[in-house]
Design a protein around this ligand. Structure first.
Ligand code: PEP
Ligand code: MN
Length: 344
């Protein structure tokens, strides 16, 4: 259920509504828009009646949300969510660029790549310390050591960090360091992890599962919002299909469909989506063309010797060429991209 209130409602009116919600054993969520305040009500809402809220001061409307996801839906908030991280915006007119290696491999490796990306004006550095690999014999990440290197990079270069939380036991350390906590495709339906990140204040990047529908993705996001963390970015990263010439099938259909059904920002990871480095730029451009709020790209100085995902990683030089093209494309889709690469 969603209760619409005037933005400038007196504090007491809002408190009365919240008190009533709690007295009926339900939870409230304040979703502030620019024109209205929506109070999302979750829990056993079937026992509540619209009328008991409609008679309250400053309440303008009470609606039942028809979708299985509520707080993430456009029915609750019609305008796009724009997330502010340290003054940088994600969503709205902003085209966010997140780049970096799949994994942190050494201090030197992460500093070298981060240094080149920073020079190009990239604000968000991605790199995994805990890697969820399909094979237990593949490189599992540098773990604590990796976080240590990332924290040095953060301090020295002032970049914002995107890194994956693989489980709840390592979550506190990741939460302390990361500006954006990534929940990987394989964990998209790890509901205890989703609930745990829902209690944090970090921004969460939720990747679509390998065999998850768009509705599954939105319901997983709902787990996070239902715990009180409304700063969620969705990420399309390709799904499994019968196709074998590409690593996954990048489902760009998801972008306009998510935009219709949810107010949350959605970015695209074409690196995992197609899995072949020289095809990544084409899919990154396509993602921006169809309305993505950003892209996340794997970049490595020596893709041929990378410990994970080298085959889909761009060199800094190729990544720079892509940024150049994105700068030209962005205004056509009413987006701004904040990077420092001169248009050739
Ligand atoms: C990654 O971003 O390196 C990663 C492991 O992604 P995914 O969870 O989408 O496979
Ligand atoms: Mn990877």
């Amino acid at each position: 259920m969603v209760i619409m209130m005037k933005l400038n409602s007196p504090k007491e009116d809002l408190e009365e509504v919240i008190k009533k919600i709690h007295s009926r054993g339900c939870k409230h969520h304040e979703i502030w828009g620019t024109e209205k305040l929506a109070i999302g009500v979750t829990g056993q809402t079937a026992a509540l009646s619209e009328e008991e809220f409609l008679i309250m001061n400053s309440v303008e409307g009470v609606y039942r949300v028809s979708k299985p996801y509520k707080l993430v839906s456009r029915e609750v908030k019609s305008e796009d969510t724009v997330i502010n991280i340290g003054g940088k915006l994600i969503g709205g007119e902003e085209l966010t660029i997140i780049a970096g290696p799949c994994s942190i491999e050494s201090r030197q490796q992460i500093f070298d790549i981060a240094g080149e990306l920073k020079e190009m004006g990239v604000k968000f550095l991605r790199a995994g310390a805990y890697k969820p690999r399909s094979s237990p014999y593949s490189f599992q990440g540098l773990k604590e050591k990796g976080l240590e290197y990332l924290s040095e990079v953060k301090k020295e270069l002032g970049m914002m960090i995107v890194t994956e939380a693989k489980d709840t036991s390592t979550l506190p350390a990741i939460s302390e360091l990361a500006d954006i906590i990534q929940i990987g495709a394989r964990n998209m339906q790890n509901f205890s992890l989703l609930e745990a990140v829902g209690e944090l204040s970090n921004v969460i990047l939720l990747k679509r599962g390998l065999a998850a529908t768009i509705e599954d993705l939105l319901m997983s996001a709902e787990y996070i919002l239902s715990q009180g963390n409304y700063n969620v970015i969705l990420c399309e990263r390709g799904i499994r299909t019968f196709e074998t010439y590409t690593r996954n099938t990048l489902d760009l259909n998801a972008i306009p469909v998510v935009k219709k059904n949810s107010h949350l920002p959605i970015i695209v990871d074409p690196s995992h989506g197609i899995g072949i480095w020289d095809k990544v730029p084409a899919m990154a451009m396509a993602a921006v063309a169809c309305g993505a709020d950003g892209i996340m790209i794997e970049v490595h100085n020596h893709p041929e010797s990378a410990l994970s995902d080298g085959f889909q990683s761009l060199t800094p030089k190729n990544f720079k060429a892509l940024l150049n093209k994105l700068e030209q494309l962005a205004p056509i889709v009413n987006k701004k991209v904040d990077v420092n690469v001169a248009i050739a």
